[in-house]
Design a protein around this ligand. Structure first.
Ligand SMILES: NC(=O)c1ccc[n+]([C@@H]2O[C@H](COP(=O)([O-])OP(=O)(O)OC[C@H]3O[C@@H](n4cnc5c(N)ncnc54)[C@H](O)[C@@H]3O)[C@@H](O)[C@H]2O)c1
Ligand SMILES: O=c1ccn([C@@H]2O[C@H](COP(=O)(O)OP(=O)(O)O[C@H]3O[C@H](CO)[C@@H](O)[C@H](O)[C@H]3O)[C@@H](O)[C@H]2O)c(=O)[nH]1
Length: 489
């Protein structure tokens, strides 16, 4: 596994996986490194078509600023295609940026990462690479996955079918720390870039790419295993802060304290810091739960059950907290949602993304549907077809029977997608805010209250609503983590 090229010879990059990470990451690399040709390949034809769409509102990933970057680089030195083998054969460097979900069956089911897509990529690289190729783990992977990739690549090197021109490989770990909704900012101005590897020339080649726009002091070099583990650890620490603040939020509600005041008081301690202390409906997103469960699995595998239990508690608290919110809504609405309509504002796992993976809205919506609610769901960016998949329930055509008039609430455990906020709130008994979209903080509650059925509630699980305006409109109000007397208890 030797013979790395000098940085200047990196002319062609291939990225396998045109998803939330592969697309934006490669778009920024192409934008900042015009001398490098970047090919992003995927087996999903419709995703590639969407990346190639001339209508930039149809890109498969919604990220502020992404359209501008794509517009500058696409067809210049950024290309999206399904020609995986060709792109690998032309590349000096191959990024693996495919999905690594939690295994659903077999050994480690429910916790360990399913590496079948990563393994498939390694085999494709082994089969089609030419010359010396640097393979970069961009996906989030369990510690020691680089070893698996290396073993597959080395098997290809020693294969009898290969001649003296057999490719040579070097494997690096380069985990991605971007957060959805701020991906372009995070990529253009990262807190750090982490490169783990054994071969300094290969590390320098990858560092050279980032040096086009990232200051040298922000490019951290470690061994491969530290790099892989650092990614899981970063997510575990971030998620732990959210479970911590949500646990304190529940205590605030019980005691009359306000979690926002507590967060401000502790966040000013420079050892604690103020970020990631917003109480909410629980963390969602494709990464936190999956990566912590992976850490839990690894800890048990390496004979550290106490470590595993510690981190598993972060996920357990999050799940408990999501169900706590659903139970609370039911309780406030007199213990039953049968025949009641709840306007659910926000379905994405956070604002500024169309991603719903592991969104708290999914568990909460399922609970409310089980209680017989009619859910009127609004989200400015999420496709209703995705909601149907997430809830495993098709959208109803209408809540009402024309025969009985528009105020008649027929049907239980059903949902409809609302075209706007006012539509979502029509005839609703409660509004439940689950995503912190800016427009939800601007709602005219006097106007909305006229459309609702009294006594009507506003449940603000994101702390973005001005409580005075809600009270002035004659509505009852609950806010996550707020036990103060002004809140309707
Ligand atoms: N989403 C995030 O914000 C984020 C941030 C940092 C790291 N990560 C990690 O990055 C990795 C990718 O995440 P994502 O959110 O981009 O996933 P994603 O599901 O959006 O995209 C993965 C893509 O890989 C493609 N793919 C799978 N196998 C393939 C193969 N053999 N050949 C070609 N294409 C193939 C899939 O079709 C899919 O389009 C994961 O390991 C994730 O944990 C994600
Ligand atoms: O104070 C906070 C901060 C976040 N959240 C929630 O936590 C979840 C995750 O948010 P965030 O971390 O901002 O988004 P992700 O896109 O999931 O990014 C995380 O996961 C990525 C994938 O591994 C990493 O690359 C990022 O560094 C890491 O922040 C979302 O549901 C947020 O609403 C809160 O409830 N309170």
């Amino acid at each position: 596994m030797s013979g790395s090229k000098s940085p200047a010879t990196i002319k062609n990059i291939c990225c396998i996986g045109a998803g939330y990470v592969g697309g934006p990451t490669m778009a920024v690399i192409a934008d900042r490194c015009p001398s490098i040709q970047v090919k992003v390949v995927d087996i999903n034809q419709s995703r590639i078509n969407a990346w190639n769409s001339s209508d930039l509102t149809k890109l498969p990933v919604y990220e502020p600023g992404l359209d501008l970057v794509i517009n500058r680089a696409r067809h210049r030195n950024l290309h999206f295609s399904i020609e995986v083998e060709k792109a690998i054969s032309e590349a000096d460097m191959v990024f693996i940026s495919v999905n690594t979900p939690t295994k659903t069956k077999g050994l480690g089911a429910g916790k360990a990462s399913d590496l079948k897509w990563v393994e498939a990529c390694a085999r494709q690289v082994a089969n089609f690479a030419k010359g010396h190729t640097i393979v970069v783990e961009k996906s989030t992977l369990p510690v020691r996955t680089a070893e698996v990739i290396k073993t597959i690549l080395e098997a290809a090197q020693s294969s009898l079918d290969r001649d003296l021109n057999s490719p040579t490989f070097e494997v690096l770990s380069n985990p991605e720390f971007l957060a959805e909704g701020s991906a372009i900012h995070d990529l253009e101005e990262p807190d750090r870039v982490l490169i783990g590897g054994e071969n300094s020339q290969a590390i320098n080649s990858l560092a050279w790419i980032y040096q086009h726009w990232v200051p040298e002091e922000k490019i951290l070099r470690t061994n491969v295993w530290s790099s892989e583990l650092a990614k899981l650890t970063a997510n575990a620490f971030l998620a732990q802060r959210i479970s911590s603040i949500n646990s304190i939020g529940a205590l605030c509600e019980a005691t009359g304290a306000d979690v926002r005041e507590v967060a401000r008081a502790i966040g000013t301690d420079s050892r604690i810091g103020s970020k990631f202390l917003d109480a909410g409906p629980g963390f969602g997103g494709s990464c936190f739960k999956k990566d912590i469960l992976n850490l839990v699995y690894l800890s048990r595998y390496f004979g550290l059950p106490e470590v595993a239990d510690f981190w598993e508690g972060v996920v357990d608290l999050n799940t408990w907290h999501q169900h706590r919110i659903s139970r609370l809504v039911v309780k406030k609405l007199f213990g039953t949602l049968s025949g009641k309509r709840v306007a659910m504002l926000g379905f994405a796992f956070k604002a500024n993304t169309n991603d719903t993976r592991e969104s708290s809205a999914i568990n909460i919506a399922k609970d409310l549907l089980d209680e017989g609610a009619q859910l009127s769901i609004h989200d400015p960016k999420v496709d209703p077809k995705q909601i149907a998949v997430d809830l495993d329930l098709p959208e109803s055509k209408s809540f009402v029977s024309k025969e009985f008039g528009s105020n008649e609430k027929l049907g239980e455990g059903i949902w409809c997608f609302a075209k706007d906020i006012a539509d979502a709130c029509s005839f609703a008994d409660a509004v439940l805010i689950l995503t912190e979209w800016h427009q939800y903080s601007q709602i005219d509650w006097v106007e909305i209250s006229k459309k609702m059925r009294n006594p009507a509630w506003v449940f603000d699980a994101r702390s973005i609503v001005d409580s005075e305006k809600v009270f002035d409109a004659g509505l009852q109000f609950w806010r996550v983590g707020d036990g103060s007397e002004r809140i309707s208890n």
